[in-house]
Ligand binder design. Structure first.
Ligand code: BGC
Length: 416
């Protein structure tokens, strides 16, 4: 009996001990977990705050136009990229990105004052519209109805006319989220402006995000059928050094063909494969390598000033997939500069882009940092529709109709 009691007491003591050890272990595990959890929450908090601290937007006065209108400058920062934009012409005045040593440099050409943007027009950094690129004799017809556009490069129209979207004042609205900032510019282009039919409400949103991207969303709607082709006309120079042209940059354009030009710089209507020509940039190639080649197309344009077909616009139905809000983006071009290590990718929902190697700049144009801009000091990578398409029946034409929405999206992504 006695032995039974002793052994029962021992058994209980043992069980109690096991229980105690078990509880201690659980406590340990729980406290470790608690510490880990606290640590994780703290890191998340620090990370989120850092991310927020890296994202900012502010505005300041930029100047006054000759007509007395006040212009503002918006500075958008996220990740390692800073983009400065004015609401006159939606002009991007600066893009600051780091080189491989982390040193910031301004990778776009432009001016340091409003008066120069107003008078020395070369579309530096501007939004171009209603129809970017050339329209022969400004003569278009939409659903059988003829429209005569203004002729700002007589006898033709270029980049939307005398007072295109690059020369108007846009309304601005800013928005900030945890990992991006955006500036939405809006403009109501009146029925008949520069000869185009329909009141057109245009929104262009510039977003700068922590992935070092500048995302541009173009949207518009109309109350009458009209044509529309918006683009961004920044001249890039990734070297961000004074007196350096882009001839030593490498360029890739993911296209098998271009639209060849006639002597008047309008597309002939044909499609020219790039194989065995100086226009083959399917693999990254030095811009300067072939630019002085005897190829007739380079002579006509004094360099590169052509439309590359990165998709197949001839295959798309009008108002097709590439106009939907969720249209996929394709990598259409890539620009890099060896010394700085800067790389820029261009992604777009558009079917092609105009590559313009700034052939018509000249030393009389003195820009920011007192730099005289010689030819090829920058390169424009202008995503959009086929040049002259509203006036050329060999080319597909996009017509925006009331009740529908024009959308287009392009991303300039910086890596190094
Ligand atoms: C065109 C050039 C034109 C330039 C004006 C470019 O988009 O392709 O032909 O001279 O704009 O700055």
């Amino acid at each position: 009996m006695m032995t039974k009691t002793i052994s029962a007491t021992l058994k209980r003591a043992n069980q109690d001990r096991i229980m105690e050890v078990f509880i201690m272990k659980i406590r340990n595990v729980l406290s470790i977990k608690l510490i880990t959890l606290r640590f994780l929450l703290l890191s998340l908090f620090v990370f989120c705050n850092q991310a927020k601290a890296n994202v900012s937007i502010h505005s300041e006065d930029y100047g006054v136009l000759s007509n007395g209108d006040k212009v503002d400058l918006y500075t958008l920062k996220a990740g390692n990229i800073t983009v400065k934009v004015i609401n006159y012409g939606g002009i991007i005045t600066e893009i600051l990105v780091p080189d491989k040593q982390g040193k910031l440099g301004d990778v776009v050409l432009g001016f340091d004052n409003l008066a120069d943007y107003e008078t020395k027009n070369r579309y530096f950094g501007a939004i171009v519209g209603r129809f970017a690129n050339r329209i022969r004799q400004g003569n278009i017809s939409i659903s059988g109805e003829k429209h005569q556009l203004s002729l700002n490069r007589p006898p033709h129209q270029i980049h939307g006319g005398h007072k295109g979207f690059d020369k108007v004042l846009w309304n601005a609205q800013v928005k900030k989220s945890d990992d991006s900032v955006s500036l939405t510019l809006s403009y109501l282009s009146a029925d008949g402006e520069e000869g185009y039919p329909g009141n057109l409400l245009v929104n262009v949103r510039y977003t700068v995000n922590q992935q070092n991207e500048l995302v541009i969303d173009y949207k518009a709607n109309t109350d009458k059928e009209t044509v529309i082709n918006l683009t961004q006309h920044s001249y890039f120079n990734l070297a961000a050094r004074r007196n350096t042209n882009v001839l030593q940059h490498n360029l890739a354009v993911y296209a098998d063909s271009i639209l060849p030009l006639a002597k008047d710089k309008f597309p002939t209507g044909a499609v020219m494969p790039v194989t065995f020509t100086p226009f083959d940039f399917r693999k990254p190639k030095n811009i300067g390598k072939d630019i002085k080649n005897e190829h007739e197309q380079l002579k006509i344009a004094n360099g590169y000033d052509h439309y590359w077909l990165t998709g197949n616009p001839f295959d798309k139905k009008i108002n097709g997939d590439h106009r939907s809000e969720n249209a996929e983006l394709n990598l259409v071009a890539m620009l890099s500069e060896h010394k700085s290590g800067r790389i820029m990718q261009v992604w777009s929902s558009e079917e092609g882009l105009q590559v313009y190697s700034a052939n018509y700049l000249n030393k009389s144009i003195v820009g920011k940092y007192q730099q005289a801009y010689s030819p090829q000091y920058g390169i424009c990578l202008e995503t959009g529709q086929l040049p002259n398409s509203p006036a050329d029946n060999k080319f597909p034409t996009y017509v925006l109709t009331p009740g529908n929405k024009y959308t287009s999206k392009t991303v300039y992504k910086f890596l190094n």
